[in-house]
Design a protein around this ligand. Structure first.
Ligand SMILES: [Fe+2]
Length: 414
C-alpha cells in the first residue's frame, strides 16, 4: 500500500498477480464485509501493470475516498478472494497523528533479521504511514529474489494483527541505482518532468497542517531538482509543519562516509528559508538527532550549520532499519544525540490547541543490536501492539534509545 498522490482521497494498492488468472480487482468500502466481496460498495481494477523483476505488478489507484476514514477491502480474481485488509485515509483538518521513518535494509544474515524486527515494531506502533528513506535490498535494486523477499516481509510484518495496512512513502537510495526508475516499478512512485528517473515528489494533508517532500540524492540535487524543490516549497510555505526526506545525509555521523557539501549547497538554505521543521535521512546505518540548525557561513558555525532553537531544522537519521550499525564516531558540535544501533524513529505530530502549542516528538525505538560474539540481540519484539484507541500511548516496556537523561523523546520546539 502506497501513498503517491493525495493521501486524503487516494491510495494505491499494489500486488503481484498470477498472470494465468483473470479479472483481478479490489472490492472495497467503508463497511467491513470480511471476505464477502460481493457486498463491498466499490470495485477498482488495476490502472497500471508492470513486469519488472519477475513480477506481474498490478497498481490499483483508489480515488474519491473520504478523509480520515477506514476502508475495508479484498482482492478478488477468478480463482479466489484474498484476506480482508483495511486502511485509513489521512485527515483533511489539523489532527494529531504518528508516523514512522527509517531506512536501509539488507537481503541476508543478521541485517535481514534486524530489518524484520523493525518491520514488526512498525506494525505494533500502528502509524498513519511510513517514510522509507531508501536502500531496500542488497546490491543495486535489480535482483528479483531480493525484491520478492523485501515485499513479502513488508506485507507480512508491517500489516497489523487486525489487517490494517500501513501506507509506505518511498525514497530512492543508492542501492536502487541499478535503475533510476526502480521505485516507479515497485511502488508506482511519483516523478517529475515526465521522466521516471526523476523520482522526487511531495505530499500533504490536514488542511494547511502537514507537508512532506521526498527528495533524491542519487541524481543531481541542483539543477532541475533544486528548481522544482524551490517552487514546491514556495507553493506550500503556509503549511504549519514541513519536512523533507531523502537518502544521503549532508554530513554523516560516521567517519567512513564522505561529506556531501554539494547537496548542502543545493538544499540547506532552501530548507531554512522556507521554514522546514524536520529532515529525515538514511544511508549511514546509525542513529542521530541534531539540534535545530540553520545554515551559516560565519566562523561561529561548524560545517555550515549553527544552532537555532527557534527557526532551525532538526536533522534526524541515519538509516539503520536493518543494515549493520556503523560506529557513531563523527559527532558535530550541533549533534544532540547519536548511537550505533538498529532503530526506527516514531514521530508524534501534534497541532496547536488550547492546551498546548504545536509540536512534534521523536522516539528512537530500538529494534536490534549485536553482542560481543556477533549474535543478534532483538528489542521490542514482545511489546503489546497499540490499538486504534491508544495510538499515542507508549507501549509498556518499550525500549528506547537512551538520551542519557530521563527524557524518552526529543520534542521540538524544545
Ligand atoms: Fe545508502
Amino acid at each position: 500500500m502506497v501513498w503517491n498522490d493525495d493521501p486524503i482521497s487516494t491510495i494505491t494498492i499494489t500486488w503481484d498477480q498470477d498472470e494465468s488468472v483473470n479479472n483481478p480487482a479490489i472490492y472495497y468500502g467503508e463497511t467491513d464485509h470480511g471476505r464477502n466481496y460481493r457486498k463491498y460498495e466499490f470495485e477498482q481494477s488495476e490502472a497500471r501493470i508492470r513486469n519488472n523483476y519477475d513480477m506481474n505488478t498490478h497498481f490499483a489507484r483508489l480515488k474519491d475516498l473520504k478523509a480520515n476514514t477506514a476502508y475495508y477491502f479484498v482482492i478478488k480474481d477468478e480463482q479466489g478472494v484474498s484476506e480482508r485488509y483495511w486502511f485509513k485515509t489521512a485527515p483533511d483538518t489539523p489532527q494529531p497523528f504518528t508516523f514512522v521513518t527509517g531506512g536501509d535494509t539488507k537481503s541476508s544474515g543478521g541485517p535481514l533479521e534486524a530489518g524484520r524486527n523493525s518491520n514488526r515494531v512498525a506494525a505494533k506502533l500502528r502509524p498513519l504511514f511510513v517514510i522509507y528513506n531508501g536502500d531496500f535490498t542488497s546490491g543495486d535494486g535489480t535482483n528479483p529474489g531480493r525484491w520478492e523477499t523485501w515485499l513479502r516481509d513488508w506485507h507480512e510484518q508491517t500489516t497489523t494483527d487486525d489487517g490494517r495496512m500501513i501506507p509506505i512513502v518511498p525514497i530512492h537510495g543508492n542501492h536502487e541505482d541499478g535503475d533510476m526508475a526502480n521505485l516507479t516499478y515497485i511502488f508506482d512512485a511519483p516523478y517529475q518532468y515526465n521522466d521516471s528517473t526523476n523520482v522526487y515528489y511531495s505530499l500533504k494533508f490536514g488542511g494547511n497542517f502537514f507537508y512532506m517532500v521526498m527528495l533524491n540524492t542519487q541524481i543531481d540535487e541542483g539543477g532541475a531538482q533544486r528548481e522544482w524543490l524551490k517552487n514546491d516549497l514556495e507553493q506550500h510555505q503556509n503549511y504549519a509543519f514541513k519536512m523533507a526526506g531523502y537518502h544521503k545525509p549532508f554530513f554523516p555521523h560516521t567517519s567512513g562516509k564522505g561529506e556531501n557539501q554539494y547537496q548542502y549547497d543545493q538544499w540547506a538554505y532552501l530548507f531554512y528559508q522556507y521554514g522546514l521543521d524536520l529532515s529525515v535521512d538514511g544511508d549511514s546505518h546509525m542513529h542521530k538527532i541534531t539540534y535545530p540548525l540553520k545554515p551559516d557561513s560565519t566562523e561561529n558555525s561548524f560545517m555550515g550549520f549553527i544552532r537555532d532553537d527557534k527557526n532551525g531544522t532538526l536533522f534526524v537519521g541515519e538509516g539503520s532499519w536493518g543494515a549493520r550499525p556503523r560506529p557513531n564516531d563523527d559527532n558535530k558540535p550541533w549533534t544532540l544525540i547519536s548511537g550505533s544501533v538498529n532503530q526506527i524513529k516514531w514521530v508524534h505530530v501534534v497541532p496547536g490547541s488550547n492546551e498546548e502549542k504545536a509540536h512534534f516528538k521523536i522516539f528512537t525505538v530500538l529494534t536490534a543490536d549485536y553482542d560481543e560474539n556477533n549474535n543478534l540481540i532483538s528489542y521490542n519484539q514482545d511489546i503489546d501492539a497499540l490499538t486504534e484507541d491508544n495510538l499515542f500511548d507508549l507501549p509498556q516496556n518499550i525500549e528506547l534509545h537512551s538520551t542519557g537523561s530521563t527524557q524518552q523523546f526529543v520534542r521540538y520546539p524544545f
